[in-house]
Ligand binder design. Structure first.
Ligand SMILES: [Zn+2]
Length: 52
């Protein structure tokens, strides 16, 4: 079963870029609510635990 057709487009709260949450590898929801793209998730990843 392929899930390639499923998209979950989100807008990164930091850079404003739109991305597909289902295809992004590092992207996540900061505080369970604010989407971060791959780039920002990597950039801010080191403080991820502090922010939650
Ligand atoms: Zn971003």
């Amino acid at each position: 079963m392929s899930k390639d057709s499923e998209e979950k487009i989100e807008t990164c709260v930091l850079c404003g870029k739109k991305f597909d949450m289902n295809k992004a590898e590092l992207a996540y929801y900061r505080n369970g609510k604010y989407p971060l793209c791959d780039y920002c998730a990597e950039f801010y990843g080191f403080y991820r635990d502090d922010l939650i």
